[in-house]
Design a protein around this ligand. Structure first.
Ligand code: SAH
Length: 347
């Protein structure tokens, strides 16, 4: 299959040589999200808020509890990459129960998903980037499966030392290759002697967003909740993956037609929070966090109210929280401004 994006990238490589993996990933995902709603059983993948309303409700309660204990100041809700708006709908409903009804701000680049969000939350305001979020009110920020879609830079150990991993044109399409420029100085000392073929990933784009949010919270007050698939770095390993129709696919094939993700380095995000003078909590496993916030009790009360759905609710609870499912590989990190209290759910 040759898509317009594949043709454009081919021309760019023919003209200027191989392009960084980060550029390939950024262009592929921009096209992918701009042209479809990838979520749900008919799409390519499912996310926690699409599995059960309990997820968004507990995110909303977590924010509302902190906000109440911070003295209930006027505040704005800001979500990064809100997908279909499902998490926001559930979180805002939970917040309303304690009379928290903040203005809603979405950072979203996809016109297709903006339209889906507008169907459910017509009162929201949309932003292309964090920079234009309100700059006076405390912010209540949520990002679920947002950072994993941001581009990663990959460095690879070769016989001649560390090189950036680039995407070139091979016989059958796009292939990863090692660049010519020496990159050893970009590798943490502990990893410099790693065996040939080792890949080290960083996400300057993710760190930049975390730093921008951190600066806002330090300045305006508030809290942020980051939930994603990830690890506590500095880790070595190639985590770039493509998902299509709920299965894994070659990340270098059909750019723009598959969701490209990489594991989120929570250590790198946490560093930005600390550097801005925020209180940083986690990362903890999603299961531990949800259980600490009362997932079991919420599931039991939903099941009691709708006995014909009890089985489905129990299954969703387990899927979100069991270590073998989403409970462990998904992690939760929180930033809280220095003048706000400590949040629930982090032990
Ligand atoms: N949070 C939602 C959707 C996750 S999919 C959920 O949990 O269901 C990733 C989301 O991030 C999509 O809404 C996508 O359009 C958005 N996105 C991806 N890259 C982005 C970028 N660079 N800037 C803003 N939004 C982005």
């Amino acid at each position: 299959m040759t898509t317009p994006l594949a043709q454009r990238l081919t021309r760019a490589i023919e003209r200027g040589g191989a392009i960084p993996v980060a550029q390939f990933m950024a262009e592929a995902n921009a096209h992918y999200y701009a042209t479809r709603d990838p979520l749900g059983t008919d799409g390519d993948f499912t996310t926690a808020p699409e599995i059960s309303q309990m997820f968004g409700e507990l995110c909303g309660l977590w924010l509302a509890d902190l906000w109440l204990r911070a003295g209930s100041p006027p505040a704005a809700y800001a979500e990064l990459g809100p997908g279909r708006g499902t998490l926001a709908v559930d979180a805002l409903r939970a917040m309303r129960a304690v009379r928290l009804e903040p203005p809603v701000h979405f950072v979203e680049t996809s016109p297709v998903l903006r339209a889906a969000q507008a169907d459910r939350l017509p009162q929201a305001r949309w932003h292309d980037a964090v920079a234009s979020l309100p700059d006076t009110l405390p912010l209540l920020v949520v990002a679920n499966e947002f950072f994993d879609a941001l581009p990663v830079r990959q460095l690879i150990a070769t016989e001649q030392g560390w090189r950036e991993r680039l995407v070139a044109l091979g016989e059958g399409g796009f292939v990863p290759v090692a660049g010519a420029q020496r990159m050893d100085a970009a590798i943490p000392p502990l990893l410099r002697d790693a065996p040939e073929g080792t890949i080290v990933e960083t996400s300057p784009a993710a760190a930049a967003v975390a730093a921008e949010i951190a600066a806002r919270l330090a300045d305006q007050g508030g809290a942020a909740l980051f939930i994603d698939y990830g690890h506590s770095g500095p880790a070595a390993g190639d985590t770039l993956q493509a998902v299509r129709n709920h299965g894994f696919a070659d990340p270098f094939a059909d750019p723009g037609e598959r969701d490209l993700t990489a594991h989120v380095d929570f250590t790198a995000l946490a560093k930005e929070g600390r550097a801005a003078g925020l209180k940083v909590f986690g990362p903890v496993g999603q299961g531990e966090w949800l259980n600490g916030l009362g997932l079991a009790a919420r599931a039991a009360s939903l099941a009691k109210a709708a006995p014909h759905r009890a089985h489905e609710i129990t299954a969703a609870r387990d899927r979100l929280s069991k270590p073998a499912e989403m409970g462990q590989v998904f992690r939760v990190l929180a930033f809280v401004s220095a003048d706000w209290p400590a949040p629930e759910g982090f032990g």
